[in-house]
Design a binder for this molecule. Structure first.
Ligand code: ADP
Length: 615
């Protein structure tokens, strides 16, 4: 229940709506109470007329007025219920918006580690389910809870007024029924949880399969994927059988208990009417009130059930919200630090505004790692990076070379602040990254990932991802620098061409050049380049290479090298072996030293495939 209250705290803007809904349901409940009395009064008039105690014309006039009153009450009730229903819908939609946005906002700030293990499909599925259950409950609660409570309380008081034992009987049936419902629902929830797990796992796999359909087809695994999916869902059928047998069994007992009590109450009313203690009108009023009480009792069981689902849903929801966020805060980089390109040929970059560049002292490196030790897993036997120390001077091009899994990408991950550094220190322009605002650190780095991920949308939106307000000129200039302009201009819609989810409608080389254009547009002083390992055709590779060369001009570049051709032109190479820095030097120095780089060169000259395999 506390988690439900937490949900309500999220949505202060819903308060006026909630109040409006509460008022309308109270009014609706009060209005509905008038009907039994109007019909009761009409019954007494008719009985009197039939018995000859009053004239027929007199009775007809009286019941006509009562019918008019009934109509007026119903019109008012309909208006109130409609307005309340409308507010309920608006509230539910707002609640969904608030809850979903809050969830997404939190996800956007969770550490990268969370996404290494979480399954996308599961995250989405869980979000949808939690939020649907929460909003359904809140809407149902807002629209019905007050009505139910007021009707039940009023029926209790009124029946008690006629003859108190009737009220006592009602007062007994109500809590017994609720207690049985709560008991049933608790057990029911356990099975529901198991079913949800099956569905979550199946949905997680479903999302993966849909996004990797070509792989599934290439390996003829459609049947296998389908079988796994079917199995999960079939399990939910088994669970539903158990769950439903239990639920309906309990429901039968609940209804029986309730109907026994109600049967007794009907009997009492009939007997007392026969004895002349109640008038026929009173009997009609009581019968209708009792019928009115049955409905809220049934609905109340739905409310209890829906509340329990909502509680379970809110647990899932808060489990994500309680995940600790990425480190926030820290010092922003100064404009001069971010833009610093003292050694680079600034004039070669048309986009550098004169006077904006504040040179730093030449001896402050753009990036410095000092004794950085890191493991993705806290209890890993040996760290992924072991006392890694190197620096990249401003404007320098540094390549990382070493066997696959040696920790090259990890270095760039740490630089971008994707994972907190274990031991040691990482500096950007002389500032300890640990004390800097993560957004500032990331703002000073443009990254071209190994897998050029593009979003569904237009070419323009993808290139201008770092700055959606970028002018068309800047977008075009970035595309030109990345050698993407000619093929983009060849599209039917040019920069407005929709490139489909993940850029599936583009070739590998085209995707990469768009990704490079995106980095060009970001115009950051530090460049991280995780070279694509996928083989591109020679022409594409040359173009991508040329685009990258252009991008590196005037920027400090950290290159995770997968091709020896790239490395030849860098200023320095850092070779890594099992997470340790083996050598640092110029390509010329390292080619003579006999280390990994020299070995790779030799292998390449010998024409073996070994060289390719090692990087
Ligand atoms: P390289 O780029 O040199 O090929 P990586 O830096 O990608 O190497 O990986 C170094 C080691 O860290 C590998 O053993 C890899 O399995 C592990 N690793 C990489 N990324 C993750 C991650 N997100 N979670 C856990 N382990 C990882």
């Amino acid at each position: 229940m506390t988690s439900l209250l937490r949900i309500l705290r999220f949505a202060p803007q819903l308060n006026p709506l909630y109040l409006g809904i509460a008022v309308s349901s109270v009014l609706a409940a009060l209005l509905s109470l008038a009907t039994p009395f109007l019909i009761g009064a009409a019954t007494d008039r008719i009985v009197d007329a039939v018995a000859g105690r009053t004239g027929v014309a007199e009775a007809v006039t009286a019941v006509t007025w009562l019918a008019v009153a009934f109509l007026a009450v119903e019109v008012a009730a309909t208006a109130v219920v409609s307005v309340g229903g409308y507010w309920g819908d608006v509230m539910a939609a707002r609640m969904r918006t608030v809850l979903s946005t809050r969830y997404f906002e939190h996800l956007l700030h969770l550490p990268q580690r969370y996404f290494d293990t979480a399954l996308t499909g599961r995250i989405t599925n869980r979000l949808n389910r939690s939020i649907t259950e929460l909003t359904q409950f809140l809407q149902f609660f807002a629209n019905n809870a007050f009505t139910m409570l007021i009707t039940t309380a009023a029926v209790l008081v009124i029946t008690g007024f006629y003859w108190w034992p009737l009220a006592v009987l009602l007062a007994v049936v109500f809590p017994v029924y609720m207690w049985l419902t709560a008991k049933t629902s608790t057990k029911w929830q356990v099975w529901e949880g198991e079913k949800n797990t099956e569905v979550d796992v199946a949905s997680g796999r479903f999302a993966e399969v849909v996004s990797q359909m070509a792989v599934v087809r290439a390996y003829n695994r459609q049947e296998h994927e389908l079988a796994g999916f079917r199995e999960r869902f079939t399990k939910t059928v088994g669970l539903t059988r158990t769950q439903s047998r239990f639920w309906h069994g309990m429901d039968a007992w609940r209804r029986l208990a309730m109907n026994v009590v109600f049967g007794l109450m009907y009997l009492i009313v009939f007997v007392r009417t026969a004895q002349g203690l109640f008038s026929v009108g009173d009997m009609v009023i009581l019968l209708q009130l009792m019928n009115m009480a049955r409905q809220p009792i049934f609905s109340m069981s739905y409310l209890v059930d829906s509340a329990q689902r909502a509680v379970a849903g809110s647990k899932d929801y808060f489990a994500v919200l309680e995940e600790e966020r990425e480190r926030a805060g820290g010092r922003a980089l100064e404009a001069g630090e971010v833009r610093a390109v003292p050694n680079g040929p600034a004039e070669a970059r048309a986009d550098v505004v004169e006077g904006e560049t504040v040179p730093l002292p030449a001896d402050v490196p753009a990036v410095r790692f000092t004794d950085v030790t890191f493991a993705y897993d806290d209890d890993a036997a040996r760290p992924v990076l072991d006392r890694v120390t190197f620096e990249a001077g401003v404007g320098e091009k540094i390549a990382f070379v070493g066997e696959s899994g040696g920790g090259k990408s990890t270095i760039t991950n740490l630089l971008m602040g994707l994972y907190p550094v274990g031991d040691g220190r990482i500096e950007v322009f002389g500032n300890d990254v640990a004390g800097l605002d993560l957004a500032a650190v990331r703002g000073s780095i443009a990254t071209v990932f190994q897998e050029p991920f593009l979003f569904s949308g237009t070419v323009r939106e993808n290139i201008a991802y770092a700055d959606p307000d970028a002018t068309d000129e800047r977008v075009r200039a970035a595309a030109k620098a990345a050698y993407a302009d000619s093929f983009v201009e060849g599209f039917d819609h040019g920069y407005e061409q929709i490139i489909g989810e993940r850029g599936l409608r583009l070739s590998g080389g085209q995707k990469q050049r768009i990704a490079v254009a995106r980095a060009v547009l970001k115009d950051a002083p530090i460049l991280v380049l995780d070279e694509a390992t996928s083989a591109l055709d020679t022409r594409s590779e040359r173009l991508v290479q040329a685009a990258l060369e252009e991008l590196m001009v005037g920027r400090t570049s950290l290159i995770v090298a997968h091709r020896l051709s790239t490395i030849a032109s860098v200023d320095r190479i850092v070779t890594l072996r099992a997470g340790r820095v083996e050598e640092i030097g110029t390509p010329a120095e390292l080619s003579r030293s006999g280390g990994i780089y020299a070995q790779l060169l030799q292998l390449q000259q010998a024409g073996t495939k070994e060289a390719k395999r090692m990087l």
